[in-house]
Design a protein around this ligand. Structure first.
Ligand code: SAM
Length: 288
């Protein structure tokens, strides 16, 4: 009888998901983390960093579409985008779908994540890596925001690991203060801030810190099956408090102009507008 091989996620000590492994594609100890990429039976190719599921081919679209299309379409005229983390290339690919984007700077601390994503996760990044509007930097996101010029970006998308290890600096007041400085007056910053049913502290702390430097700080939600624990919270901070109140009808018009309509499997103008309506078990963790 074959002994099936399984990979268990180790994000939570008392609970977790597991994947039956069809084929291991890479197992690397980089300067920053353990990286495993494998072919699963259930979710296509999967990348795990330090035992935490980062992305699967089967459901990455949910997360990428919501982390990208919501801020860019709410803003309505994004030209310059800063992406931090996102080494798999999925966020970069979605940002570059927006025909109004002129420049997408991506700062990922671990070059091995980029190399392995290019090698094994091409279905997620597509041709993003070779797009002339893309500038990919291997470096620390905090160092980049410290030196970036004032008002140099319209949107900042932080697709980092959780606030432990190298990801921790991306959840600090210093980081958000610099984001506020390098964003334009209508700028917006979004970030992954965990699954509230299991990581409410991540949501509470990051929302409070963002609120110190932005007129409006909240979260919006998306249901990402392999970010276990129900709805995932995506942090939102903007200088213009009206950006989260734009009607689905207006979002639809903008999505048409940006060549996004009809390209998505989770995001829709109605999902976009509705994502800021939070269930009480999540809303109660927001300040104020
Ligand atoms: N979608 C995933 C999630 O929500 O957990 C994140 C995927 S992406 C692979 C996370 C990336 O953040 C990793 O490649 C990691 O190397 C990168 N990262 C962590 N800390 C960073 C930092 N300080 N600067 C830049 N990139 C960082």
């Amino acid at each position: 009888m074959t002994t099936d091989e399984w990979i268990n996620e180790t994000l939570y000590p008392d609970w977790g998901q597991r994947f039956r492994v069809k084929r291991e594609l890479a197992r690397v100890r980089s300067k920053f983390q353990d990286i495993v990429v494998f072919e699963s039976f259930s979710h296509g190719r999967v990348m795990v960093l330090d035992g935490v599921v980062q992305i699967t081919e089967a459901d990455e679209f949910v997360y990428q579409e919501m982390l990208v299309h919501v801020p860019l379409l709410a803003h309505g005229d994004v030209r310059n985008v800063l992406i931090i983390g996102a080494g798999d290339g999925g966020v970069l690919a979605r940002v570059l779908q927006h025909c109004g984007v002129e420049r997408a700077v991506m700062v990922e601390i671990d070059g091995d994540v980029i190399a392995l994503s290019k090698q094994f996760l091409g279905s997620i990044s597509g041709s993003a890596w070779s797009d002339p509007r893309a500038e990919v930097i291997v470096g620390d996101g905090i160092a980049h925001v410290r030196q970036a010029p004032d008002a140099s970006y319209d949107a900042i998308i932080v697709d980092s690991t959780d606030p432990v290890g190298v990801g921790e600096v991306l959840f600090t007041e210093e980081f958000y203060e610099n984001c506020a400085r390098i964003l334009t007056p209508t700028g917006v910053v979004v970030n992954q801030c965990g699954v509230p049913s299991m990581q409410a502290e991540e949501l509470r702390d990051s929302a409070r810190r963002r609120g110190k430097f932005f007129a409006h700080s909240t979260v919006y939600v998306a249901a990402v099956p392999t970010y276990v624990g129900g709805l995932m919270a995506l942090g939102w901070a903007a200088k213009d408090a009206t950006l989260t109140k734009i009607s689905a009808a207006e979002i639809r018009v903008r999505a048409g102009a940006a060549s996004i309509l009809g390209t998505t499997q989770y995001w829709t103008p109605e999902i976009h507008a509705g994502a800021f309506n939070l269930p009480p078990y999540i809303a109660r963790h927001l300040p104020g």
